[in-house]
Design a protein around this ligand. Sequence first.
Ligand code: 5HY
Length: 251
Amino acid sequence: MRTPSTPGRPGRPIRIKVVNPNTTASMTTLVEQCARAVAGPGVTVDAVNPVTGPESIESHYDEALATPGLLAEIAAGEVEGYDGYVIACFGDPGLLAARELARGPVVGIAEAAMRSAGYLGRSFSVVTTLARTIGHAQDIAHAYGVASLCAGIHACEIPVVELERDPAARATILAACHSALVDDGSDVLVLGCAGMADLCSWLADELGVPVVDGVAAAVTVVEGLVRAGLRTSKRGELAPPPVKRRSTAYA
Ligand code: 5HY
């Protein structure tokens, strides 16, 4: 139900917290710029990264180590009064645990990008960083029920932290996107890493197809859900975690 205090009403800005679950601050800055570029009127966006965890997430081990820091940022966001959250990592690590902790909507960039791509064409191709992450991306496409729309998942074999350092990265990613579209016969391209967010409009111009950056897609989805007065259901599976002793740094 929408009331004068509903976020998005005049004088009550919508506050979105974007969490980059790796510890690379320069990537968090890039993600924040791309997130703020699509945020609507009356929406504030803050991007953060944990101080603990891996500098990049390119394996199941990285995801496991990044998740406690991510969840600590979500828990802090509840105290700080944020209305919604974006998990800015293409594996959507800790998504359901974060939804248990947060009252407002929590959206992962992979889910947002894949579902948004479904609105824009017959099928989409994903271009991510390392080939070893393709299996996980396939698993979450199945989990989200969009595997039938996903024509293929490809890797440009550029490590996450090299995306902003490697002068050849743009050309390599463009070539990988082009061959993905040709090989898959798809008509939409999904960027498989938050660190590629700033390449979105340039790639779309070069490729002539819609290119979906999950950071922008997720911010748009969170903003829309909050503006509509919608929050995570607390009836059942995503209710707050049971109260108990948890000997971890953040519980
Ligand atoms: C990401 N890793 O978006 C993922 C990309 C990947 O640190 N940020 C990361 O390779 O899965």
